[in-house]
Design a protein around this ligand. Sequence first.
Ligand SMILES: *Cc1c(COP(=O)(O)O)cnc(C)c1O
Length: 348
Amino acid sequence: MAEVPAPPLKLRIDTDALAHNYRELDRLSGAAKAGAAVKANCYGLGVDQCVPTLRDAGAEIFYVAHWSEVAALAFHVPASSIRVLHGAGNAAEAAFAKAIGAVPVINSLHQAKIWTQVGGGLCDVMVDTGINRLGLSPPEVNDPILNNLDVDCLMSHLASADEDGEMNARQLAAFKDCITAIPHQRLSLANSAGVALGGDFAFDLTRPGLSLYGGIARPELKDVIRQVAFPEAAILQKRNIKAGESVGYNAEFAAACDMTIGVVSLGYADGFLRTWNLKGDGFLLHGETRLPLLGKVSMDMIVADFTNAPDLQEGDWVSLPYSLQNAAQQTALSQYELLTILGNRFER
Ligand SMILES: *Cc1c(COP(=O)(O)O)cnc(C)c1O
């Protein structure tokens, strides 16, 4: 079989920036140690590209959501360092946890029972302090079945750490109320934004995700966190169009004058959604030079105005403006979505 040519999409990961972000979040965690949320293939950036860097920067605990995510991770870190946030919800998942040695986060009395039935072993426990997603509700923390658990980390999750407001203090108080009910080795509450809330929220272990990968979870992190993900796309074709000609589906863009345009290998199937150019002000980058988007994003292609970059040729590469705070403003997508939707046609 002939070798498959390199794809026309590249996602460059700045591993120095990733290591820097981990170390900064660990430093901001004070006496607490920072773990790393690596679910959803490291927020879309790639387990193989990111986890070795996080491990070598000092991370010792890694959070995924699904059991299907464990194997890829176990290639790089000890199974006992992998925590599965959805927990073991049935006998098959509990048996898999035992076999592979990854640690479930127990979220309900049902899960506690299942874990006990397969013989238990080290686990984490999530209590829900107001987000009403996963976790034991506060009255449940006194249930005797929990006494059978060997709990490493007792944790909860903040709903609004990226905002100021009374909810953070309310969740902190609710978490403190649960601490004595369940024997544990460590406590954990803060995600990326929670790390920036300061020492009261840090406890023993923090769980940043977004900001490891360059997300500015709170304004305090703006000058601390560096961009990690740099997507690039290849130019497929250059063409000249005349005044009055249109570009793309539904002829949404019509040229006011003769111009040179470029067709770039990037579309909504790659996570570059139409929202990037809904207001007609989207752009790609050639160095610092903006290449305005023209018309609708297609599935596999986007057209840009090359007037300001006459040197660009077919086969050259252009960059996506993926500074996450700005990109979120441009697209009305969250920084989380912008990372996790980057498609699997990118060479990582
Ligand atoms: C995803 C997740 C995190 C990481 O959150 P960020 O906002 O990305 O830092 C931490 N804890 C839990 C329980 C999570 O699900």
